[in-house]
Design a protein around this ligand. Structure first.
Ligand code: ZN
Length: 125
């Protein structure tokens, strides 16, 4: 058995492209795309169209299932840090890496290693 995945798009088989037309001479059908990997929707969809089709059909159910927001979320000062860097064209000058607080605009220096470390943060929680 191959480990090909099927596109989860609800209407994938209705897009009549050549690559979806399968079967023997007298028994051809347009079929859902099958690939070893997909680029869209965490590897579940062959195209943005198929991802949108799925969301149009199931998005409301999915949101209700996992919890619909009923109040706005708040990004507070203690969790508003994001990483930034200034690119230096000069070879003898290194790029400047730093944290910026989106609310207070305060900046704090970062090493390049800290910048690259996806787990390194000043944000609480
Ligand atoms: Zn598809």
């Amino acid at each position: 058995m191959s480990d090909l995945k099927l596109c989860q798009g609800t209407s994938c088989h209705t897009y009549n492209t050549k690559d979806r037309l399968k079967g023997s001479k007298d028994n051809k059908t347009f079929q859902t795309r099958r690939r070893s990997s997909f680029y869209y929707g965490n590897g579940n969809f062959c195209s943005l169209n198929c991802q949108n089709d799925w969301f149009n059909d199931f998005g409301n159910k999915a949101i209700d299932h996992f919890g619909r927001l009923t109040e706005p979320k708040h990004l507070t000062e203690e969790n508003a840090w994001y990483k930034q860097y200034d690119w230096r064209a000069n070879a003898d000058e290194s790029h400047r890496h730093y944290f910026v607080n989106a609310i207070t605009k305060e900046q704090r220096p970062l090493t390049e290693e800290q910048y690259e470390d996806r787990n390194y943060t000043l944000n609480i929680s």
